[in-house]
Design a protein around this ligand. Sequence first.
Ligand SMILES: Cc1ncc(COP(=O)(O)O)c(C=O)c1O
Length: 368
Amino acid sequence: MLQDGTDVRNYGGLLGIPEARALGAEMLGTAPGETLAGGNSSLNLMYHFVAWMMLHRQDAWQQDAAREGGKIKFLCPVPGYDRHFTICERFDIEMINVTMREDGPDMDQVEALLGRDPLIKGIWCVPKYSNPTGQTYADEVVRRMALAPGLAGQNFRIMWDNAYAVHHLSDTPDTLPNLMDECRRTEATDNVAIFGSTSKITFAGAGISFMATSTTNLAGFERYLGASIIGFDKVNQLRHVRFLKDMEHLEAHMRKHKAIIKPKFDLVDELLTGAIGGQGIAEWTRPNGGYFISLDTLPGVASEVVALAADAGVKLTPAGATFPYGVDPEDRNIRIAPTFPPMHELRQALEVLIVCVQLASVRQLLAH
Ligand SMILES: Cc1ncc(COP(=O)(O)O)c(C=O)c1O
């Protein structure tokens, strides 16, 4: 039995068990009443949120598109998370690249674009330890983001995928202002959907997910979801709450993750610096958290590096995957995910990658 008398073994409670909603709210910095605890995937919630906004609400985006005779569009800070872009492609939402700077998306660009086109209905954000570049949005960026709905057409949504909220690699973690609180100030809580999950806390693909938005949105989204599912896996939600307990325990758990994966990030940096540091052929990130190192080669070289590495038996994320439509306009970006392989395999893979970067760069320089 739960706090509210629910028997977790039965159907019901589409918004999640109260204990899990409270944990999710703590993680996302929202109120339990505006937070849903879901199934094993936050990406699935993002997909459904877009489907709901696009097709199923009373004032669905597609009606605006039909009225204006244009396509619905999303802003995509790049490089970014490929699966966000896949959701847009699935719904025929046109994607517009926005430059990702050290402090987050270029807000001058965001504001100018929003002011010009009311069919821009969303922006994808991974605000903390971004996938793949590792940046955390600066205070000023978050403040301006909360004002962005005022510049946009109706029903604009900030898709705030805080997948790496607690995934620190440093003893002095980055801090991110609370977007929901900022949006309370700008009266824009309807314009935000915040996501997170325990996929990189407990089990990838077998954790629990969270989504927070205004209670008005949440009620509408619950009605939409109710046609497709009676309730999420409450047993797994309870299991997670009993294991993770609260933020203090969760943070202690994350320190154990850090002890495992920080040496891998250090190894990547050490090998890259030793072999190709300061040569002007590649730049890479040294993130304070998250799961990725983002490597930029010389322009026009990334896809050759990935192909050469594949020939040598090292499978990297396809070049271009970090951009909408799989097209990196400069063909420079490679996402390195060092968390999974054991140290000795990571070292081998990096040695191969480095030779491939050197070879492809030399070929490129000789050709020009
Ligand atoms: C930014 C981001 N969001 C979401 C996900 C997937 O999350 P989930 O397993 O909860 O669907 C990932 C996985 O790599 C990710 O990097």
